[in-house]
Design a protein around this ligand. Structure first.
Ligand code: ZN
Length: 170
């Protein structure tokens, strides 16, 4: 079935080959160390769709110092705080690098937020945040030390969500 050697495409040499794979950007954002396989979800969070005209580069399942990772580079775009918090739910170890004039002007590890507001919908259909009241959702975020999974507890109804948080994004 798989006739491609497992080390296909890997190279210890950087430089030209790396440049071909992904180009440096002048102004914008590089999101690095994204959990492998989550790049497309991150693009969704950032609203990158058919109408998006800025240059976007995506590398999925590439080699990082700490194992596999995805990387996204977006020209001419910086991230809002809400976008960063949302990405944190999918990939808390990601880093956000702001590029201006080809230089990294800020580098930030995202980390797991203590709480999130207005990003995720509560699973409980009877929760006040799912009624007609104009109330923003709010969840306390905790990380399970063993499984490294996040759980979100609704501060209004105490409902807890542990998996597939992404399905409930607003
Ligand atoms: Zn709730």
């Amino acid at each position: 079935m798989n006739s491609i050697p497992s080390n296909y495409g890997r190279s210890k040499k950087l430089g030209d080959k790396n440049d071909l794979r992904i180009k440096a950007i002048e102004n914008g954002t590089v999101i690095d160390h994204i959990k492998p396989g989550q790049a497309l979800n991150v693009l969704h969070i950032l609203g990158v769709n058919d109408n998006f005209t800025n240059t976007v580069s995506i590398v999925m399942n590439t080699d990082g110092e700490r194992g596999g990772k995805d990387v996204i580079k977006i020209e001419g775009r910086e991230l809002t705080e809400k976008e960063v918090e949302t990405i944190a739910l999918l990939s808390p170890k990601a880093t956000v690098n702001i590029i201006r004039d080809f230089e990294v002007v800020s580098k930030r590890k995202i980390g797991t937020p203590d709480s999130i507001c207005g990003i995720v919908k509560c699973v409980n259909p009877n929760c006040i945040t799912n009624s007609c009241e104009p109330i923003e959702t709010r969840f306390a975020v905790t990380e399970n030390e063993k499984t490294k999974t996040l759980s979100l507890r609704c501060v209004f109804c105490e409902s807890v969500m542990t998996t597939e948080v992404f399905k409930y994004l607003l």
